[in-house]
Design a protein around this ligand. Structure first.
Ligand SMILES: [Zn+2]
Length: 498
């Protein structure tokens, strides 16, 4: 089956930071997991390049908006291999192929009668590139996100007739309770809809850095419309000479942070209907990573800079920490000290040591060949149904809970080592069959757990699966292996912090 997952396209008025890495890594975990399930995956990310904030930032630097967009888009594109993202395409909204399709689609929206002309007056935040309704305003008419005072602006605009989709949106949310996950984010979207939808401004006459409306080129399209459409337009030109929209549309999942929920969960499905497109199937909304506590680590200072962490500890460690520390969906605090603590206790000790010990024991006691052993009944009980549980959680984008399922297995395997004490079984070889069995079960447990962890720890799992002589990466054929394969020792997967 086709599985099409997207990140938001990132705004090029600034450089990539941890939040961008977080959204992208989340989408990447899901893309990798779905590939392991044999799905036909397409994973899209990219940059959002129009609008006033880009024009303003460029002006401050004395360069053109396109120059600024080119410079920062290159940085976002370079981020992807650094965080080990396996995106299939990187879309830029200043791509003329995108513009061409946006013009076609928006003309269709106009022809279908979903656009009207009117005067807009409202509180405009230039940094959000968005008007705020009265009930969204912060104290003293400020932007609730940027906490800057807003100006009341009045202008002739084209409007998208969002209000006409009130009932259809209500039906969508009723009929598809998991259209937005987690639930509390869904409730935010529903309550926004239930308060009554107003038409939204579609164009701005003042804006210079944006796409002209096909039916009124004096007006430029409000950046959100051109941006949202990227999810669809990309499929038209991601592969030279091929239109992937039949194969991948509607999108299976949009991943994003909570600050852009309204555009995606309310306006985007309506825009799809207006354009005669099927809306996406689901959206997963995550919270903000808060650097509140400022607990300092020796090696990383007090700000968790993704590039510094990756340079020193690798992308796996960062992916693991963020999805482990902050319950995916909610806001959560992170710190460099917290990173180091989890790196040492969980990655280096729980998992890295387990892997080293198991492989070392197979080498020492069985010459590096995994014994042909029987399944240990108590241990196999704890692995029962684990792939299904793990997959169900990731179907709902429960990244933290799925990781916990895998980590319970890591801890269980450590306990199994302590319970069975293979080094004592090896002493007199009184019961060689039991030692065979223990080593076999440890290798199998490590193999299965590591296959589950592939999306979270792509580089580490590759090293370990190679050492375990596991060639498959899929979950369907996970099964059990009989033993008999040669394995290799590995150097520490997560070296100690000096
Ligand atoms: Zn704002």
């Amino acid at each position: 089956m086709a599985y099409y997952v997207t990140t938001p396209i990132y705004y090029v008025n600034a450089e990539p930071h941890l939040g961008h890495a977080y959204s992208t890594m989340a989408a990447d975990v899901l893309a990798r997991h779905m590939r392991q399930r044999g799905e036909d995956v397409f994973f899209l990310t990219g940059t959002d390049e129009h609008g006033e904030p880009v024009a303003n930032a460029a002006e401050r630097e004395g360069i053109s908006p396109q120059e600024l967009a080119d410079r920062n888009a290159a940085k976002f594109e370079a981020l992807m291999p650094i965080i080990d993202a396996t995106n299939d395409f990187f879309i830029r909204t200043s791509d003329p192929r995108h513009a061409e399709q946006v013009a076609t689609i928006m003309q269709r929206v106009y022809d279908n009668g979903w656009v009207s002309k009117g005067t807009y007056e409202g509180w405009y935040c230039p940094r959000c590139a968005d008007f705020k309704t009265e009930r969204e305003l912060g104290p003293g008419n400020t932007c609730p996100i940027h906490e800057i005072p807003l100006e009341k602006e009045r202008e002739e605009n084209w409007f998208f007739r969002l209000s006409a989709f009130q009932e259809r949106l209500e039906e969508l949310y009723e009929g598809q309770p998991d259209f937005v996950v987690p639930d509390f984010r869904r409730n935010e979207a529903v309550s926004f809809i239930e308060q009554g939808l107003e038409d939204v401004s579609l164009s701005r006459p003042k804006l210079k850095w944006g796409m002209p409306l096909p039916w009124d080129p004096e007006q430029r399209m409000y950046v959100w419309f051109d941006a949202l459409l990227n999810y669809y337009t990309a499929l038209g030109f991601a592969r030279e000479g091929e239109d992937l929209s039949e194969r991948y549309w509607p999108a299976s999942l949009h991943v994003m942070a909570k600050d852009i929920l309204k555009f995606h969960a309310v306006i985007w499905p309506a825009l799809c209907w207006a354009a005669g497109l099927e809306p996406p199937r689901r959206m997963a909304i995550h919270g903000f990573l808060l650097m509140g506590e400022k607990k300092m680590s020796k090696s990383l200072g007090n700000v968790l800079d993704p590039f510094a962490v990756i340079e020193r500890f690798g992308a796996d460690a960062l992916r693991f920490y963020l999805f482990r520390e902050v319950s995916f969906g909610g806001d959560g605090s992170i710190s460099t000290a917290g990173f180091e603590a989890r790196y040492e206790t969980e990655l280096a000790n729980d998992y890295g040591n387990l892997a080293s010990r198991v492989l070392a024991m197979v080498e020492r006691y069985r010459d590096g060949t995994v014994p042909l052993g029987a399944v240990d009944a108590t241990l196999s009980e704890d692995f029962e149904g684990v792939v299904e549980r793990f997959s169900e959680l990731l179907d709902r984008a429960e990244l933290t809970q799925a990781l916990e399922v895998a980590w319970v297995l890591v801890r269980r395997l450590n306990r199994f080592v302590e319970e069975t004490r293979p080094w004592e079984l090896a002493k007199d070889e009184a019961d060689p069959a039991r030692l065979d069995e223990v080593l076999y079960n440890l290798v199998e447990g490590l193999r299965v757990t590591t296959l589950l962890l592939v999306p979270y720890l792509p580089a580490t799992s590759e090293t370990l699966l190679a050492a375990l002589r596991e060639e498959g990466r899929g979950l369907a054929e996970l099964g059990s292996r009989p033993g008999g394969q040669k394995v290799e020792r590995v150097s520490p997967l997560f070296p100690k912090i000096d």
